[in-house]
Design a protein around this ligand. Structure first.
Ligand code: NAD
Length: 493
């Protein structure tokens, strides 16, 4: 039996439990189908074969989950930080123990390659450990005495919160949002993406088995326009942490207006990697390839625009083309696969539509630009050259393994191109001129910038975007600022 066949057999065994019951909601510590009894089908992006049914929830289910989160809030809020820390570490232990199951389920559900999903599961555990260790000090404040008052500031958890996550790396992103909420003392209603519901279910189960009180974490499946919308409008939900598309963020802001929701948005990107002629070009090449062709390019921080200084462009593109043509597209459970299928048909149609758009706009397809196979949603890694900043391939988020290369002559021109999009999530600058790096990063419109490095996440640092890429930051104490209220107490002396 090949490694791939063995992995498929294992994955099918892990998913067998959903064949009968489907993916149910979990509300107040109980498995529940949608109140309407409705379900929708979840299919694998690998071969479009049915994987499982999923509860198709609506406002009634969200209401039950919000009430459960509200009822569980006082107990969870008042538990000591030390005890919350213990439970969150147990969740991390259980994630590690079930890492293979999580990675395999994620591969079949999302089409992401196993080599990356194994790490994503472990990153989920790390997120829990990081915030577990901070739970005991989450409420820490300070004293700011004045001549007549002893002023004390403290923090309290905001209350039950809603977490809405997308289909790309859904497991890791769910942990990134939910771990700090729980560490802060909030209770949670989670609405995962409809296209990849399985690992959210595993995660919720793990949390309860680790000792989380029933109702502290509720899971409601369904579509954005029903379940998602109801969550953002529910009066018992005090804040919404959302990861997804910019236009959905804007809808959520409107939906949450009547109940004055606090929102935190991590949205789309069209991130530039800027390579100057004095950079270490071999390292820049490795990083540029990694940042767009890993995780199927379905990654918010991917560098989907490559800005090359003109005098190095031809040579760089030649090397890049040779490397991109060698990237292995295949079954996500094949350990050799670098790029798996895109998540679903609508997204596949969107990504592949840019092959035609690029040609019509006058760009060149230097590699890829084709679908692969008859079944599933596979595309060849693609590189567009001969592009200009006005083209749609240079401005719109494609969210696939598709890179648009542009050239520039001067630093000013590079900056102008880099900033000429509506997004501002990440930027990657390659130069050995430190002064230029500082000057450039100061003006580059992005929430997170790496110089001479690919994206390396360090959990205490702020994560988030500017412009249409997001509102707010998380990571380190920034996550607690979102999930907690600052309180001031002035004691007369
Ligand atoms: P999406 O916005 O379509 O969906 C995300 C989630 O929002 C899903 O759970 C969906 O059901 C829900 N939703 C949809 N409409 C809703 C509504 N009206 N009210 C409430 N919820 C609603 O995004 P997607 O296609 O799942 O994910 C891809 C997008 O996510 C890309 O744009 C990507 O850049 C972005 N993303 C950003 C980050 C970041 O950190 N900035 C990270 C990952 C993904």
């Amino acid at each position: 039996m090949s490694d791939l066949d063995a992995n498929i057999a294992k994955a099918e065994a892990y998913l067998a439990r959903y064949k009968d019951t489907g993916v149910l909601n979990r509300i107040a510590g109980e498995d529940r189908p949608a109140a309407s009894g409705q379900t929708f089908d979840n299919a694998s992006p690998v071969d479009e074969v049915f994987l499982c049914k999923v509860a198709q929830s609506g406002p009634e289910d969200i209401d039950a989950a919000a009430r459960a989160a509200h009822a569980a809030f006082p107990e969870w809020r008042d538990m000591t930080g030390v005890n919350r820390k213990k439970i969150l570490h147990k969740i991390a232990d259980a994630i590690e123990a079930r890492a293979e199951e999580i990675a395999f389920a994620e591969c079949l559900d999302t089409g992401q390659a196993l080599r990356f999903m194994q790490k994503a599961a472990l990153r989920g555990a790390e997120n829990f450990r990081f915030f577990a260790d901070r739970a005991p000090s989450a409420r820490d404040g300070q004293t700011l005495p004045s001549p007549t008052l002893m002023n004390i500031t403290t923090r309290v958890p905001i209350g039950p919160v809603g977490v809405i996550t997308p289909w790309n790396t859904p497991f890791m992103l769910s942990t990134w949002k939910i771990a700090p909420a729980l560490a802060a003392g909030c209770t949670v209603v989670h609405k995962p993406a409809e296209f990849s519901p399985i690992t959210a279910r595993i995660l919720c189960e793990i949390a309860e088995e680790a000792g989380l009180p029933p109702g502290a974490w509720n899971l409601v499946n369904g579509f954005g326009e029903d379940a998602g919308r109801a969550l953002t409008e529910h009066p018992m939900i005090k804040a919404i942490a959302f990861v997804g598309e910019s236009k959905t963020g804007s809808m959520i802001m409107k939906q949450g207006a009547d109940t004055l929701k606090r929102v935190h948005f991590e949205l789309g990107g069209k991130n530039p990697v800027i390579v100057f002629d004095d950079a270490d070009l071999d390292r820049a090449l490795d990083a540029a390839i990694f940042m767009i062709y890993s995780l199927n390019g379905e990654r918010c921080t991917s560098s989907s625009r490559l800005l090359l200084q003109s005098n190095i462009a031809d040579d760089f593109i030649e090397k890049l083309t040779a490397r991109v043509n060698n990237i292995r597209v295949g079954h996500p459970l094949d350990p050799e696969t670098e790029i798996g299928p895109l998540i679903h048909k609508t997204h596949y149609d969107k990504v592949t539509s840019y092959f035609e758009i690029a040609k019509l706009d006058g760009a060149t397809i230097a590699c890829g630009g084709e679908r692969v196979g008859e079944k599933g949603f596979f595309v060849r890694p693609t590189l567009f050259t001969g592009a200009s900043q006005q083209m749609r391939i240079a401005t719109e988020e494609i969210f696939g393994p598709v890179l648009t290369a542009l050239t520039f002559d001067t630093e000013e021109e590079a900056l102008e191109i880099a900033n000429a999009v509506e997004y501002g999530l990440t930027g990657y600058v390659w130069t050995n001129d430190l002064t230029r790096a500082l000057r450039f990063t100061d003006k580059l419109e992005a929430g997170m910038i790496w110089v001479n490095s690919e994206n390396v996440r360090h959990l205490p640092t702020p994560f988030g975007g500017v412009k249409a890429s997001g509102i707010g930051r998380d990571g380190g104490d920034w996550s607690f600022e979102f999930y907690m209220e600052q309180k001031h107490i002035g004691l007369a002396l």
